[in-house]
Ligand binder design. Structure first.
Ligand code: IVH
Length: 701
């Protein structure tokens, strides 16, 4: 506020507290109250203040979620107590046998309660917090499991995980009954949604998709570019609370409540049960729940509730006797491989797709599975007509894991095409890469995927630019587009001149042209044209994302847009300048430089500009002197244009509105101010001239 009552330190601390509070609501409680834009705004203000006062930056500030880069890889670090694995049980009988062993290991007079937790399919992580004199605590390090005794220090990456608190207030510590430093162990994982997004980006960048969320999470945690880690949105679920290698709480149930009170994300499905029957009931429930969860689980972990009993039960070689992992049966089935088609993606990558005799796996009918690439076909030794085992994890694209050798073998050798199945151009394979690509930049298949990506919701958001429309714009006949499921798998013959030959061409579409397409009427063609028109003002970040630059995902696009402020500035940036942007590493920089080095891409940007795309960069808020204040501009100011005045006010955190009300803080009046000035006088709203506005802008504490 501009009232001068708060010191910069106080303002900064207040913003930090607010941000921490909202991060907790968002990432832990899953109950956000701010919109993303409001959250970003708070973050921007804090960043601006910290930039002005670098001496006030502390490592636990929410701006420091992404700090420096780990310089020389990861440092090996021993654990306070080994991170063991668990013994597995695969059915009820094995569980009951384990329960009998547990009870047999304790005096018969004792009852044994259990805690059932979902077995999250990620990787385990140990976090060290140190206690402060004022009763609070802060994150010191995050270490992977490694070999169980020694892990890798991945603190820089861990700090980007929003559900891991960087600091914990004295109040939270008190309510959790924790005093001093401690260690938290839990599972770090990628949600299904984050995993799918990652794979889309990998494919766009010409990389092989990650096999499953677990591998992707493991790779992410060990990535040397924290910006990439931050983009991937890892989650962390806490399940152990220790100090000096010993559990802090007398029961696992209390451990989970204490972790919750400390502000950690604790899986909400965990339950305390009285006996093994309760465990078995829990498992049935978890199995039913499995498909609707936003992350993958591969079973249920059962733990003896009492810490004292755990201690007495102890360990066998590598696993505790007091816990067991019940593993769900793998979700796989055997079916016939009927044939293989080849799909061309946005980057020209050709992917072999197995068409299967439909088979139900865990309640979902699977008709297709990916074969990834030519190497994979060879590795599997698979032929058309073979019986293959197909695995499905969550919503991941099903994959073929092997050939069933004791069934009659198929005869059909799978021939990887030498030319693009869509445009006939000879396929190319780059040394050291596994993928074959169509390098024809105007291959209709590539253009199709580019258009679909460009128009999609989080990108240019052009409703109506779906598969059927895109195919028609590219010259296909509708009858060739719609059969079966609308995946357009077999290349449809081009039956008319394409209306679109590059992304930018959509901005020159005419209604008459659209009306000639099948099943396109007056209304739908106008709706599409309106949508296309509207997309012209999409922000720079979205245009960047839409261009499909390698390694430039949503967050990177935003960082680049707000740092460079314009397409021109970004196009001229060198790799060195790019890596100076906080969170941008060499890979991203190379992707951007390579993209704009290509004349074709520069021409595309030019054409988009010609089409009328404004590519506005989000306004930068550089101070908060006018935060919370609303201005109305009226009349002609002596030196500032209306736009410039607006920009200045917004950059200082203020708002500009079009009409005067009691809520207006100031009316800025220039020459020939009319009714708005009158209204301001009527309502007693303060009126200033340009000089007055400039004074307000300078009125820092
Ligand atoms: S307890 C000695 N609880 O499963 C205690 N582990 O198969 C072992 N996991 O390495 C950890 N969810 O990565 C525990 N709720 C949970 C878990 C869990 C997933 C993983 C963890 C562990 C592996 C053991």
């Amino acid at each position: 506020m501009a009232d001068g009552h708060h010191t910069v330190e106080q303002k900064i601390e207040k913003l930090r507290e607010e941000l921490r509070h909202h991060e907790h609501l968002y990432y832990v409680e899953d109950a956000p109250v701010l919109t993303d834009a409001q959250y970003d705004e708070l973050m921007r203000r804090l960043k601006a203040l910290e930039e002005e006062h670098p001496e006030l930056v502390t490592p636990d500030s929410p701006t420091q979620r992404v700090g420096g880069k780990p310089k020389d890889g990861f440092v090996k670090t021993p654990h306070s107590r080994p991170m063991l694995s668990l013994d597995n049980a695969f059915d009820e009988a094995e569980l009951r046998a384990w329960d009998a062993r547990v009870r047999g290991g304790l005096p018969p007079s004792e009852t044994v309660g259990y805690v059932c937790e979902l077995k999250l399919d990620g990787l385990s992580l140990a976090l060290q917090y140190s206690g402060e004199a004022n009763g609070s605590a802060h994150l010191v390090s995050g270490i992977t499991r490694g070999d169980g005794t020694i892990g890798e220090n991945v603190t820089t990456n861990v700090r980007t995980v929003r559900s891991i608190p960087l600091s914990i207030s004295a109040a939270r510590m008190k309510s959790a009954g924790v005093d001093g430093g401690f260690e938290v162990r839990g599972e770090v994982l990628l949600s299904q949604a984050a995993f799918e997004k990652l794979n889309e980006e990998r494919e766009a960048a010409g990389l092989a998709p990650a096999a499953n969320p677990r591998n992707a999470a493991a790779g992410t945690v060990r990535t040397l570019e924290p910006n990439i880690v931050a983009q991937r949105r890892l989650d962390f679920y806490a399940y152990f609370l220790l100090r000096d290698g010993e559990f802090l709480m007398p029961t696992q149930t209390e451990t989970l409540s204490a972790l919750r009170a400390l502000g950690f994300l604790v899986n909400k499905h965990a339950r305390t049960v009285a006996d093994i029957d309760g465990v078995i009931e829990f498992i049935a429930g978890a199995d039913a729940l499995r498909d609707s969860l936003p992350y993958e689980i591969d079973g249920v972990v059962v733990k003896v509730d009492s810490t004292a009993q755990q201690r007495r039960l102890g360990f066998t070689g590598k696993a505790p006797r007091w816990a067991i992992a019940y593993k769900f049966p793998a979700r796989a089935a055997v079916t016939l491989l009927e044939n293989v088609t080849f799909q061309v993606g946005r980057t020209g990558k050709v992917t072999p797709v197995a068409n299967l005799r439909p088979v139900s796996i865990g309640g979902t009918v699977v008709k297709r599975a990916t074969l990834h690439n030519a190497d994979e076909i060879e590795r599997l030794g698979v032929r058309i007509g073979d019986h293959v085992s197909v695995e499905r994890g969550g919503d991941v694209i099903p994959k073929i894991t092997g050939v069933v050798l004791d069934k009659p073998r198929g005869e059909g050798v799978i021939e990887f095409p030498e030319t693009c199945p869509e445009c006939g151009t000879a396929l190319v394979k780059v040394e050291g890469e596994v993928d074959w690509r169509c390098v024809n930049a105007s291959c209709p298949a590539r253009l199709r995927e580019e258009l679909l990506h460009f128009g999609s919701r989080g990108v240019m958001n052009i409703e109506g630019l779906g598969e059927v429309m895109v195919a028609q714009l590219l010259g296909q006949k509708l009858s060739e587009v719609v059969p079966e499921d609308s995946e357009l798998e077999d290349a449809a013959e081009v039956v008319r001149e394409p209306l679109v030959r590059s992304l930018a061409d959509i901005y020159w579409l005419k209604k008459e042209q659209l009306l000639e397409l099948e099943r396109v009427g007056d209304k739908s063609s106008q709706a599409l044209l309106d949508e296309i028109e509207r997309s012209k003002t999409r922000p720079l970040a979205k245009v960047l994302l839409g261009l499909g630059i390698r390694f430039v995902g949503e967050r990177t696009a935003e960082l680049l847009a707000s740092h460079f402020g314009s397409m021109d500035a970004l196009m001229e940036a060198t790799a060195e300048e790019l890596t100076k942007v906080n969170e941008v590493g060499p890979k991203v920089a190379e992707g951007v430089v390579e993209f704009f080095a290509e004349l074709r891409n520069r021409a595309l940007v030019e054409k988009l500009r010609e089409a009328g795309l404004t590519m506005p960069a989000e306004k930068k808020v550089t101070s908060d002197v006018l935060a919370g204040l609303t201005f109305v501009l009226t009349g002609t100011l002596p030196t500032l244009t209306r736009e410039a005045a607006k920009e200045k006010i917004e950059a200082a955190g203020g708002r500009v509105s079009g009409s005067v009300s009691k809520k207006t803080s100031y009316v800025v009046a220039g020459e020939e101010a009319g009714s708005k000035l009158e209204k301001a006088n009527e309502l007693g709203v303060k009126v200033v001239d340009e000089a007055g506005l400039l004074e307000l802008l300078e009125a820092k504490d």
